[in-house]
Design a protein. Sequence first.
Length: 191
Amino acid sequence: MAQLQIVTPPHPVLRQKARPVTDFGPELQSLIDDMVETMHAAQGVGLAANQVAVPAQVIVVEMPVPQSDEPDAGSEPAPPHSGERFTWVNPRLSWHSRSTVEGVEGCLSVPGVAGEVDRFEEIRVEAQDRHGSKVRMRFEGWLARVFQHEIDHLNGVLYIDRIDDPEKIWQVKPGEEEQAETEAVGYPAGS
């Protein structure tokens, strides 16, 4: 596995629509493994292939496991899908709720800023797993937001494109974009 370089604007691949994947061979498997390693190294929760300059419809998402300050804090159940990794190919939204919710987002490809973005509250995603098998899942809340953010990348859309009020975007320390997002939904720093 190798850590890949995360590209930032104005790199043109970030504005391209990614191409569908048809070959699920060793090259795709290596790309997925490298994307996971890159996402972990950057302390992200999601990464799209075009963020590492590969215009292919591939995303990886891994939900953090909240860390508790209390060694015996079993009273709070872990959020749904905590610790679960999704490595999905050719993902698309097949359904979404009418209701939207505003939430904080950051992005590994847009360093130094975070912002508030409206997203659908619930979604259904259809895709293929890393081996080509069909998958379909319904998500709500923060995980729905993460999938919408990553699928936007595959369509050449950055989350900052969805912010129309300059007061809904603010500066953060470079490298802390996704930390602002995780803290906003109740995960402590370093999750």
